[in-house]
Design a protein around this ligand. Structure first.
Ligand code: S3P
Length: 188
């Protein structure tokens, strides 16, 4: 869905005016949720918040430290609470960590109160993008391509419940943001 710019500024403004809920971006690590989210928010004239950043701020620890000190279950608990708070407080665009939408309670909340957008992406692009930073605990122990392939298989049934799906190719993030606006416009 990326590529051709099919929407002009007034199309975007018209769709933006009809969006009455937060937009929550879901999908695997490396799909571009934060970068695309920032671009999408600025195109829609909305605020942007990254749920992982909010978790780090609330815990005063990095994601890796939270996993190492307290474990994944503790992280997921905090993630659920933070996303619930962000949905309450934020009418804009919220990027979530790749596992958030797999949690039944978090997913139900997002589907009820927001528009969930799954940024789908091929595994090789995810491997390439996630190799640029070493901040993701789930990718530290093993071959990233095998881990991401396994996570895709396990999580695809959940991600596919999002109201909107957009394919992110290895092109400019603004094309993906535009494709999201177009897909939301069709869905609304
Ligand atoms: C995770 C994804 C990460 C972060 C944590 C766990 C996951 O966020 O929440 O490392 O379970 O896929 P990004 O998807 O933003 O990398």
């Amino acid at each position: 869905m990326t590529g051709e710019a099919t929407l002009n500024d007034s199309d975007i403004a018209r769709i933006a005016a009809r969006i009455d809920r937060p937009i929550v971006l879901v999908g695997l690590m490396g799909a571009g949720k934060s970068t695309v989210g920032r671009k999408l928010a600025s195109m829609l004239g909305r605020s942007f918040i990254d749920a992982d950043d909010a978790i780090v701020e609330a815990a005063q620890r990095s994601i890796s430290e939270i996993f190492d000190e307290f474990g994944e279950a503790y992280f997921r608990d905090g993630e659920r609470r933070v996303i619930a708070r962000l949905i309450d407080e934020n009418g804009g665009v919220i990027a979530t960590g790749g596992g958030a939408f797999v949690d039944d309670e978090t997913r139900a909340l997002i589907l009820e109160r927001a528009i969930a957008v799954w940024i789908d992406c091929d595994i090789d692009t995810l491997v390439e993008r996630t190799s640029r930073r070493n901040t993701r605990p789930l990718l530290r122990n093993g071959d990233p391509k095998a881990i991401l392939t396994d996570l895709f298989e396990k999580r695809e049934p959940y991600y596919s419940q999002a109201q909107v799906r957009v394919l992110s190719e290895d092109g400019p993030h603004k094309d993906t943001a535009r494709a999201i606006i177009e897909a939301i416009g069709k869905w609304l």
